[in-house]
Ligand binder design. Sequence first.
Ligand code: K1U
Ligand code: ZN
Length: 172
Amino acid sequence: MALLKIRHYPDPVLKKVAAPVTEFDESLRQLASDMAETMYAAPGVGLAAPQVGISKRLTVIDCSARDEEAQLLIMVNPEIIAEEGECFEEEGCLSVPEYYARVNRSEKVKVRFQDLDEQTHLIEADGLTAIACQHEIDHLDGILFVDHLSPLKRSLFRKKWKKIQEHLTEQM
Ligand code: K1U
Ligand code: ZN
């Protein structure tokens, strides 16, 4: 097990469309396990492979509450196949630390994905899990939550990001 380095905006790997996973081998299992460990340590409720510099369609999500049993979802080649309703909730991103904004998302989603044994599954998600599925699948398509902001809010984000980066550099 290993903690992986999380890439920050504007790392170019975060803008790439990730490649489908075709090899369901031990190295995929190791990557999924390391990503889960990295997500729990951050802490976060999701993590996509491009965030750790690997441009592959793999993501891990766990939206269970602290006092609940862990409910780790490892999704390979996930796709949203149906969506319903709308919501507007605050999001953060481990690749854009210290910045939060409300984003328009679908309220419920149906996601088709493969597991580490190449078996296909279908889940219906709502609440935080639905938001996390959309946030993580966006990462696989090279989209960050700040890309959903209006042009005005995006330009305010860029100004604020310069200050956040200075603050992060001071902390190092
Ligand atoms: O992909 C990422 O950057 C992780 C991100 C995903 C996310 C999903 C849904 C809403 C917002 C963000 C995070 O996990 S940010 C951290 C976070 O939301 C959180 C951390 C600890 C407890 C609860 C939430
Ligand atoms: Zn993110």
